[in-house]
Design a protein around this ligand. Sequence first.
Ligand code: FAD
Length: 327
Amino acid sequence: MRRVPFSFELHPARSPQIARQLPDRIARLVAAGPEFVSVTYGAGGSSQDASLDVLKHVIEHHPQVRTMAHLTCVGSTVQAAHDTVRTFMDAGVHSFLAVRGDLPAGSPPDAFPGDIRSAAELVQLIHAVQSERRPWREVAIPGTPGIMLDRDGRERIAIAVAAFPNGHPSSRSWQQDIDTLLAKQAAGANLGISQMIFHADDYFRMVDAARAAGVEFPILPAITPVTTPAGLARNLELSGERAPEAFAAALAAEQNEARRREIGVDFAADLTRRLLDGGAPGIHLYTRNMHEVPLAVLARVGLIDEARFAQLIAPDFTGATPVEEPA
Ligand code: FAD
């Protein structure tokens, strides 16, 4: 079986029904052995309590897995951002994905609300809060993207940032995106996570350009496994990425739900394989709070074995780690 780090993105439940099911889905995802699970955060702090509740749930019920809190800074004062970071650290969160957040709809692009104007400034702020709490010296762990230990073996917070294989929609040029990544690195970011990817080449082109410019931190490619034409259209609209034409046509031509699901899993698994074969340091899966399809993708790539996959999606799954067969 391939041993490659994989991670999952969750978000606060958007309905009471999903909220009731989320603990079970999280248990199944965590039991697959992710490197970390990240939890999104509404721009402007709109989901702060809900995001924190999901993170606290994972910390309390699944202490074996690392958590990563997304944080946004748009519209925030410096004081409020400090307070938020402290609140998350007090809850036991040691890793962050620092993103700016989108401007409120209809805002002119130059009318930036709040004190913190970019993700790089938020990275600096998180470091400042951390060093108020305990000073660190970094030692990278080979083969483990984004995790640092200090000289005493304590885990240092990982600060991830967003990376855009086809440029951020508000960027004036490709060079500006690479400069933004360099600014994030200079601010202290130690991991990149990409916008959702539909074409492996887009990821490799960005990584090559970033490396040539001096960006050293690992950049995880992110994939959203989609299994319906509507889901694909929604994700393309959200991300602004170009459509994978053959996959879109195959999904649209298939009316049977189970076969459409297979087409979606195959596409995501093939993309994951190409990313890993080309040298990506791991894979980050946007789960949309579902477990079955992301786990099926990992099983198809060989990152979890088929027998374990069957246990993880079984109706009677209990969350218990199965007893290993003697070697
Ligand atoms: P920044 O890197 O600060 O800036 C984005 C762009 O603005 C840059 O690429 C650059 O073109 C320009 N720019 C930045 N600084 C400067 C400067 N000093 N001068 C000139 N131009 C500049 N949003 C949420 O609300 N919640 C989430 O949980 C969330 N999670 C995400 C996770 C990932 C992996 C990704 C890829 C995105 C996520 N987003 C999230 C979306 C993100 O907030 C938006 O894409 C936002 O518009 C940009 O955030 P950023 O951190 O890239 O911003």
